[in-house]
Design a protein around this ligand. Structure first.
Ligand code: HEC
Length: 97
């Protein structure tokens, strides 16, 4: 029966999508941290991130600056651009650790 084969294919995919929708911000945070470490970590660490936060206190201006700056400074490809900025921002707003 064709319907069973379709169900067998669609169910796991659906389960994965639901998992991603539910499980989440932690997975996203880890993804950001991993991307930052891979692309920026050889030169920058938490201390740098905090100093970038001090340089620009206004969150909106700071994000706009990261957005522009990272287009020419070791530009992260595709979706990693936003993922890395989100990670940097969450580290700054989490405050000193
Ligand atoms: C090969 C080394 C290297 C890599 C990789 C690298 N950077 Fe940098 N970055 C530097 C150097 C050197 C500077 C200039 C000195 C400083 O401000 O620390 C800098 C400066 C910066 C600054 C501050 C600029 C300013 O005007 O104050 C930011 C923000 C930054 N990098 C973000 C990143 C991010 C995000 C990544 C990953 C996508 C990254 N960098 C990857 C070496 C690197």
């Amino acid at each position: 029966m064709k319907i069973f084969r379709i169900t067998a294919t669609v169910l796991p995919v659906g389960a994965i999508i639901v998992f991603h929708l539910l499980a989440p911000s932690e997975a996203a945070a880890n993804e950001g941290e991993a991307a930052f470490k891979a692309r920026c970590g050889s030169c920058h660490g938490a201390r740098d991130i905090r100093s970038w936060g001090r340089q620009r206190a206004d969150a909106a201006a700071r994000q706009a600056w990261f957005d522009q700056f990272l287009r020419r400074h070791y530009p992260p490809p595709g979706a990693e651009h936003a993922v890395i900025i989100d990670y940097i921002e969450s580290t700054i707003t989490a405050g000193p650790r």
